[in-house]
Design a protein around this ligand. Sequence first.
Ligand SMILES: [Zn+2]
Length: 448
Amino acid sequence: MADLLDLSSRIIDSGHTDQPVNRVTNELSEIGDGLAMVESFSHCVAVRTNEGIVAFDSSGVHTGEAVVGALRAWSPLPVSHLVYTHGHADHVGGSGAFAAAAERDGHRVPRVVGHDNVAVRLDRYSFTNNWNLIINARQFGGLAGELKLGIGDVDDAASSLSVDARTAKRFLPAGTLRPDETFATHHTLIVGGETMELHHARGETDDHLWAWLPERRCIMSGDFLIWNFPNAGNPQKVQRYPIEWAAALRTMISQRPELLLPAHGLPISGADRIARVLDDIATALETLVAEVIAMMNSGATLDTILHNVTVPADTLAKPYLRPLYDEPEFVVHNIWRQFGGWWDGAASRLKPSPDAAVAVALADLVGGADVLMRRAEQAASDGDLRLACHFADYAGWAAPDDPSIHAGRAAIYIQRRKAEPSLMSKGIFLSASRESQAVVDANQLSPG
Ligand SMILES: [Zn+2]
């Protein structure tokens, strides 16, 4: 059992992240009397009451069973309640394992509690099933050990299987429990004499809750703290809510919690330390939003905003704000989308030509797709990988079946992936490289 509170105090107080903070060990650590955390993908935070265990989040489909095993080794009591902090698959996908364990042991299946919008989300996952399989595979694809959903799943979902086989593959695992008890703004859950105040707030999602346990002065913060820059910008997912996220963190600070248990990363103890961490995250989000809104109010285009708004490097160096998953540039897009529309302000992109038509015209102008690719390689060797990717895309669109062009494009995107800090960028750029590698492979050539 790792002493997680000591570890987090040391990392926060020193400002040096000298050990991994997001771990998927499936090991349970007792954080207080009758209070435990199983570090997983997501964590499961458990409160032991004399009427059973209240578990916050079930972890994902691949880790749910290990989490249930860790809880069983901690206490023979049944899990009476499963609270979803929100409906993301890594938080609810393990619920089938909770139900299966209850049935095996002759217990009642846990009563599932969550926000009203959890059910709406689960329905959305059904009617956008393949889309969600594709984007999640792209987001996590190829990063060893992150998820057992590799890039091969993209191919399966997108192309190689028949429609029937594709639809048989579920983004939301079969057996995921739906909420039994939902609420809109606040809900008080009392189990075995333990009071748990559930508060809805929008942040990473529109179905999020955080919990306040007044007797323990403890907060279960779900994904409002993930020990990474807030996941408020994800390029492939629905709207996120940075202002509301910051406001929720401020409400948590006002409770003066002594203990904070997140769904990712390390638990934190000490009212001042918790307040400092939550204030840093709230301030980072509030500052970003204020700068974007000020520029929107001045009539700036998205292009101008993207290339002028930045988050200070010392903020991004904090152990709980590193942009290793999502990143500030993506949050800028999301703020634009929340208060503006999808149009970026460039007139030609309101009703654009097909990418391939622009690319073919450019290739004609400069003397061929290979000239575009050489320009991409030049930009890459000059260290301008953003520019390199534009020319690599144009070259690829102008010559969609040309293995030597696509070998070049694959190499540019591998280089881009290596240069990026965030998992989301790495995943998408790796996926772009693999698109081109597939063209190369289809022509039985190795990349040049
Ligand atoms: Zn999560």
